[in-house]
Design a protein around this ligand. Sequence first.
Ligand code: 5GP
Length: 178
Amino acid sequence: MQSVSINNLTFDEYLSQQEIATIVAQVAERINADYAGREPLFICVLNGAFMYASDLFKLITLPAEITFVRLKSYEGTATTGKVNMLIPLQTSVKDRDVIIIEDIVDTGTTLKHLKAYLMDRNPKCVKICTLLDKPSRRVADIKADYIGFEIDNLFVVGYGLDYDQKYRNLPYVSYLEG
Ligand code: 5GP
């Protein structure tokens, strides 16, 4: 198991690069099968999902599109319960098969807001694809359709996920020792 210490914080490996690659391939295979004959629009939720979206999208064999929104609901390791759209959606979702790509579903607040925002714009359907799911923390009534890996109540960083905007560049998912 790898572990890295940065600024007096120690991060232990939780999901290795190989484990992530396997998860990404399995999710891509399911989406490719489920959406055969369709042209889904992926919406990557920045910043955290950028790495997952990039790896996943490369394995999508459909005539798919990808667009981005940036939402912010977190300061440090504590949720604020508020969701701001810092980069708004710039693609029409009307009559589209939308697949949201998220890094992690925690309380579900972010996705509840985003899903409601999208549903107001008349998509054909909206599904949620998340790398990680932390069901023990759920507050909002939100269920992901494609879950890479279910995790315990840990604060994880790496592979796109941050701790105060840092450590996104770790190529694996790790958790904060504490
Ligand atoms: P929610 O709205 O579901 O509570 O939180 C969703 C967002 O909070 C995620 O997209 C992610 O940015 C952030 N988040 C939730 N749990 C974690 C975590 O364990 N680590 C990191 N780095 N971010 C998290």
